[in-house]
Design a protein around this ligand. Structure first.
Ligand code: FES
Ligand code: FES
Length: 160
């Protein structure tokens, strides 16, 4: 009888750096990021794919990292919220969140930023409706969404 595989090698680019690690075959990507790599900006709100707090970019597309195994990203390119700012300089979207008071407790913010960044990359001037549609997988318990939507629209250079 074959022994079950307990650990597998994962090689992945994260925020521009190549990472190679052995991980338990059933380790969720979000726990790989947070617990194995210390990238705690990616949050766990539900662990069931509902809240979006764990959103990261997988090869440029937003995904919920609680819905993937770490071994599934072998050979891929990941960006987490820690990878948005460059040399300490916040992105226009991050600055817009600050200027528009688009967060309260901040728990949802990393996921909001990752989903909105992906939107702005494919649609640099989204309308309010397009922003709301793009953020439908991200839940915020605090803000009522109004300032978040305004921040994303403003970062895109459109009029709210
Ligand atoms: S923790 Fe992944 S969607 Fe909520
Ligand atoms: S700011 Fe608290 S959950 Fe969104």
């Amino acid at each position: 009888m074959t022994e079950p595989v307990s650990a597998l090698a994962v090689s992945v680019e994260i925020n521009g750096e190549q990472v190679e690690l052995e991980v338990p075959a059933r380790r969720l990507l979000v726990h790989f990021l947070r617990d194995d790599l210390g990238l705690t900006g990616t949050h766990v709100g539900c662990d069931t794919g509902n809240c979006g707090a764990c959103t990261v970019h997988l090869n440029g597309e937003p995904v919920k990292s609680c819905m993937l195994l770490a071994v599934q990203v072998d050979g891929a390119r990941l960006t987490t919220v820690e990878g948005l700012a460059s040399n300490g300089e916040l992105t226009a979207l991050q600055k817009s969140f600050r200027e528009h008071h688009a967060l309260q407790c901040g728990y949802c913010t990393p996921g909001m930023l990752m989903s909105a960044t992906a939107l702005l990359e494919r649609n640099p001037r989204p309308t309010e409706d397009e922003v709301r549609y793009a953020l439908q997988g991200n839940i915020c318990r605090c803000t009522g969404y109004v300032n978040i939507v305004e921040a994303v629209v403003a970062a895109g250079g459109s009029t709210p």
